[in-house]
Design a protein around this ligand. Structure first.
Ligand SMILES: [Ca+2]
Ligand SMILES: [Ca+2]
Ligand SMILES: [Ca+2]
Length: 215
C-alpha cells in the first residue's frame, strides 16, 4: 500500500468515526404552566425529541397532587401523538376562549391547581415520572417561588435551555431555577415552545452540545 493509499484509508476511517447526529432528549417535558384568574389554568407539554410520541401507546398520564398530598388527587390518561417539536395543551374546560382556542384537551379535575399543588407527567403502567412541577407531598403554603416566578397567579414558561424533565417529584422545587415568569393571565405562549437543544452528536461530546445550543 502506497503512502497515498494509506492517507485515503485514514480519511475514510476518520469519516466513519465521526459521531452521527441524533437528539439527546428522550421524552416530553412540561413547557408552560398557566395559573391565572378564575379558571384560566393550563399545562403545555412539549416534545423536544427527534421522534413523534404516541401518548396513548406510552400510557402517559398527567396527575395532580393537591395541597401536599402524597397520593394522587386526580389524573387524566393522555391520548394523541405529539410530533417532534410540537406542543400539547391541556386546560380547564372553563378557561377563557383565548386558552381553549389553543388547547388540545381539557380536564377540569387535573387542571385544577391554585399554586400549592404538584403536577406530574408519568408514563407506562408503572407511572414512571417523566417530568414534575412542584414537590409531591409538600404544601408550600400559598405558592412556590416569588414575584413573577411563582406558582400562584402567574404564567411560568420553561427556560429554553431546559431540555429534559425533572424526574424527581419528591425533592425541593424552586421555580426560579428552570422557569421564566410572566404576569397573571399571560396566554400568548401557549401552543408553541422553543428549546436551545436540537440534534446533538450521539457520542455526546460536550463541545458538540454547546455548539448546537448556541448555533
Ligand atoms: Ca391547592
Ligand atoms: Ca423535582
Ligand atoms: Ca409555550
Amino acid at each position: 500500500m502506497t503512502a497515498r493509499h494509506l492517507f485515503r484509508t485514514a480519511l475514510v476511517l476518520a469519516a466513519l468515526a465521526l459521531p452521527s447526529l441524533a437528539f439527546a432528549q428522550t421524552d416530553l417535558i412540561i413547557s408552560e404552566y398557566v395559573e391565572g384568574t378564575s379558571n384560566n389554568k393550563s399545562i403545555e407539554l412539549f416534545n423536544p425529541t427527534g421522534s413523534a410520541i404516541d401518548m396513548g401507546a406510552g400510557v402517559y398520564k398527567l396527575r395532580l397532587f393537591s395541597n401536599g398530598s402524597l397520593t394522587v388527587s386526580a389524573e387524566v390518561l393522555l391520548t394523541g401523538t405529539v410530533a417532534s417539536g410540537a406542543t400539547y395543551v391541556i386546560s380547564h374546560a372553563s378557561a377563557s376562549a383565548a386558552i381553549l382556542g389553543v388547547s388540545n384537551a381539557t380536564s377540569s379535575t387535573v387542571i385544577n391547581f391554585n399554586g400549592d399543588d404538584a403536577i406530574v407527567l408519568t408514563k407506562s403502567a408503572a407511572n414512571t415520572v417523566v417530568d414534575a412541577f412542584g414537590q409531591v407531598g409538600l404544601d408550600p403554603g400559598t405558592e412556590w417561588g416569588t414575584g413573577l416566578q411563582s406558582t400562584a397567579d402567574n404564567t411560568l414558561r420553561r427556560a429554553v435551555l431546559v431540555c429534559d424533565g425533572d424526574t424527581n417529584a419528591s425533592d425541593a422545587f424552586d421555580p426560579t431555577i428552570q422557569w421564566v415568569g410572566f404576569a397573571t393571565d399571560t396566554f400568548g405562549g401557549l401552543g408553541a415552545h422553543s428549546v436551545g437543544c436540537g440534534p446533538t452528536p450521539t457520542h455526546g461530546s460536550t463541545w458538540g452540545r454547546i455548539k448546537t445550543m448556541y448555533r
